[in-house]
Ligand binder design. Sequence first.
Ligand code: AMP
Length: 631
Amino acid sequence: MSYPELHARSLADPDAFWRAEARRIEWHRPFETVCDQSRLPSVRWFVGGETNLCHNAVDRHLASQADQPALIWVSTEVDQEKSFTFGQLHLEVQRMAAIFLAHGVGRGDRVLIYLPMIPEAVFAMLACARIGAIHSVVFGGFASHALASRIDDGAPKLVVSADAGARGGRMIPYKGLLDEAISLARCKPEHVLMVDLGRVPFDPIPGRDLDYATERERVLDAQVPVTWLESNEISYILYTSGTTGKPKGVQRDVGGYAVALAHSMANVFQGEPGQTYFSTSDIGWVVGHSYTVYGPLLAGMATILYEGLPTRPDGAIFWNLVEKYRVSAMFSSPTGIRVLKKQDPDLLKRHDVSSLKGLYLAGEPLDESTSSWISEALGVPIIDNYWQTESGWPILTIARGLDDRPARLGSPGFAMPGFDVRIVDEVTGLEVPAGQKGVVAIVPPLPPGCMQSVWGDEARFLETYYRAIPGREVYSTFDWGIVDEDGYTFILGRTDDVINVAGHRLGTREIEESISSHKAVAECAVVGVADALKGQAAVAVVVLKDSAVLTAEDRARLSAEVMATVDRQLGAIARPAKVYFVGLLPKTRSGKVLRRAILAVCEGRDPGELTTIEDPSALDQLRQLVGTGNA
Ligand code: AMP
């Protein structure tokens, strides 16, 4: 069967298609209904079935693979490597689960995980899955305010954290950031389970903080049976940025997610039990959830958990790991590869990467030069895949296990099974013809694995995703796209104010709110300006309360202060690369900030005719500042 036929079948008869796919995982109790569409656009997959993600990722492989590697931890930050077989992983996960249970964490309770890329992070995620607790992993690069808002939203009973993360040899004191976040949060977790990595000294808070090593000693022989969960119970919450300052908790189920991941592991990544998978993504992002932790383990593969930079000790570290662990599939982002492009090209030649069958890149548009460079250097297929935190697995790619059509540069390819992707007009909601730009939308039901809802806010879920396109109840990806005459889809950037820095999605509103908290700032606008390395970089245009003429020193000082505010509140990842101080923000007569015009000027482009602008001189000052490079 050709891929277009198979895809059409998955849409015409989702029950038959996904019933067959559901055999890829083990069910404790069979499901009664494959796809409950009675409350569209919400869908429930595999209703009545009972399963468990931890069972499928770990226990299931014990019979045949107990002594094979499951988790390979490599840290170039602290120069350590440690490997856990499926048998050892099983023990560690049960110990972690026993600690959770001993402190009152049960089914449906939230556990917030704020950890660097260390094995305990994986143990904690799998332990939650094992006992039916809901994990909420927060990226370690986020600082106190970002963390506090996620604590308040998820109301975790327990937080798992560590003394410090590390980046480029520098220690980042997680414990200090966490303590500040908890003091800012309205909702206080009962306990913090602290993994003491011996990286920075810290003072435990008596009664609240628990020491992981001590707790673990007490439960070395723990046997914690799997809690069987109905397929639609919640496995996790993962926050992502939207157009408001408040991040959305993307909520995912158990059974649908397991089936979608197992399906993609077989057909997109062509993973086989016993092989090794290497995703460079941090566990704080969706790729980390789906393809650093759950996907490879579900497929019986070993997964590499890498703590470190792509360029330390040198630009060959990735290829070194590919060679050493005979990696068969690798997942990274275009930025991750662009960083390497600057390094000595001979670094690649020193390593035998013949085990690698494909390099998968996602998270941001893949530019032709990066794709061609790495494809030539590695000599393996480069597979662009397009998806979102919300989808949980690729929406568009070329599934090499099912489809032999060649890739087309600049396009991730075609819709995956179950995704009924249409390009629609943003105003009318009608489909646009091939070759015409529109919004990438998906007709419900969305396939298994996609978000169930926004945590605690079903109305926001429906409002945000299903009412964005007038006249049609379709899921909006908030991306522009275009389909060519052969059906290849191209992604052309976001329709909203979300920006994408180094493959990470950031909300400009959140950054603006942080900058506005600086006492000297009256108002500001943040835009994502094209950046050769990171895809986009945040740039802030700021109006000060006191608009006196600024000296060069004033600008430098205030700019550093604004950046430090964002670092402290949100994390360095959200820090604007440049801050321009202007007397006035360009606005429409009704007071709406003209972001597209600001962006055009920051990128040195002509903003075009602005008929609605209140004061045309507002852009002149910015134009001058950008022109002189005077931030
Ligand atoms: P996130 O939810 O952080 O994974 O970000 C998802 C967003 O990243 C999408 O809505 C796109 O804007 C962008 N994105 C992800 N993958 C790709 C890709 N392969 N090509 C172009 N844009 C992408």
